[in-house]
Design a protein around this ligand. Structure first.
Ligand code: HEC
Length: 352
């Protein structure tokens, strides 16, 4: 089992971080379908927490891990969820676990461009990182899932992912030693249920947080924690290059969907919103924490290095009606581009 505790101590809470309102609204959203408008205002309020390089408070990592009201975090659920995360019996042929595609050493994603499902079929999109997803508003690259709990059974049962027959799952686990005890500790009953599997997996995934990086030490006042190059890279990132228009806050994501002009046939968010021009070819802005250790990049893994990412933003993007108006050509010197890359590398965990 990995050790990911070079971090702020884990504090279990329902609501945390800058955007408290967002989580409260997320909980409401489950019971009140009609609260879409209220939710939208909450999201906008959260976005107003967006930062500039001068306002360092928005880059400070929250210490309380948020969760939904109906599934509060507990040590017992984390323990059960951790065992399930690494459990190969969750797949149809007992050959793969969640960790097969979300590997701890690669910031909880897959070093392969496309993960292979149990039947050997490559997935159409690159596996996203699970790190810090407790703070997500929506899940999956196109945001089609609203909660982590709503997400976890999907990959287990998908024929081209873990390919498990859902009716067999609980009895398979019942036959394994330890699970009834773990369920009793987590839920007060020894019976293994799909609900318990869902809740504990979601709980464990919420604890997969990025650790402290040189950037975090610098933000907290250690002026030597980041090189001069990385510091000026951060200023360009937040200034002339315009990166922080979308990569905002401590996770460096606005949690919105944008077309950044990649060559792709995948309509992304546009499949869910066929009439919204700006949703075509749009994908969720990924967090940039630990980005240096998890190439290749983008939803289709089409960019293999951070240097190429910079070339894309500088001039390599395709102009089309859906292209985000925030994407525009900029002129940076080679040194400035290298500095931005240095800054991105400073978002790598101190201890992995
Ligand atoms: C209009 C919003 C927007 C702007 C501005 C923007 N990005 Fe992005 N960025 C995105 C989105 C959306 C993606 C994911 C695109 C996809 O997967 O199709 C992305 C992906 C990335 C990735 C790959 C991350 C991964 O895990 O695959 C890096 C690195 C990155 N951006 C860095 C930058 C830098 C550096 C700048 C400034 C030069 C910048 N971005 C400007 C929205 C933006």
């Amino acid at each position: 089992m990995p050790d990911f505790f070079h971090q702020e101590p884990l504090r279990l809470g329902r609501v945390g971080g800058l955007c408290h309102l967002r989580f409260v609204m997320n909980v409401f959203r489950i019971s009140l379908k009609s609260s879409a408008a209220i939710f939208l205002s909450a999201a906008i309020l959260c976005l107003s927490a967006v930062s500039s390089a001068d306002d360092k408070t928005s880059f400070v990592k929250p210490t309380v891990v948020p969760s939904l009201a109906f599934n509060p975090l507990s040590e017992a659920k984390i323990k059960l969820g951790q065992r399930l995360f690494f459990e190969r019996r969750l797949s149809g042929g007992n050959s793969m676990s969640w960790a097969s595609c979300h590997q701890p050493d690669y910031s909880w994603t897959d070093p392969r461009r496309f993960s292979l499902g149990e039947t050997g079929v490559p997935r159409p999109r690159r596996t996203p990182s699970l790190q810090d997803v407790a703070w997500n508003i929506l899940f999956a690259r196109d945001g089609r899932v609203e909660t982590l709990e709503g997400f976890v059974l999907g990959p287990i049962t998908h024929a081209e992912e873990m390919n498990q027959d859902i009716d067999l799952l609980t009895s398979e686990l019942e036959a394994e030693t330890g699970y009834p005890d773990l369920f009793e500790a987590a839920f007060g009953a020894r019976r293994i249920t799909l609900d318990g599997i869902t809740q504990s997996l979601a709980t464990y995934v919420r604890t997969l947080r990025s650790a402290i990086s040189p950037f975090d030490r610098w933000i907290k006042g250690d002026t030597t924690a980041m090189s001069e190059a990385a510091q000026s890279g951060f200023n360009v990132f937040s200034g002339d290059a315009g990166c922080s228009q979308c990569h905002t806050g401590w996770r460096f994501t606005d949690q919105q969907f944008h077309d950044i002009g990649l060559k792709t046939d995948d309509k992304g968010r546009g499949k869910l919103k066929p009439d919204a021009i700006l949703s075509q070819y749009a994908f969720k802005t990924p967090s940039l924490r630990n980005v240096a250790i998890r190439p290749p990049y983008m939803h289709n893994g089409s960019i293999s290095s951070l240097e190429e990412v910079m070339d894309h933003y500088q001039a390599g993007f395709i102009s089309r009606p859906s292209l985000s108006p925030l994407i525009r050509r900029f002129k940076l010197t080679d040194q400035e581009k290298l500095n931005i890359i240095e800054f991105l590398k400073s978002l790598t965990d101190d201890i992995r």
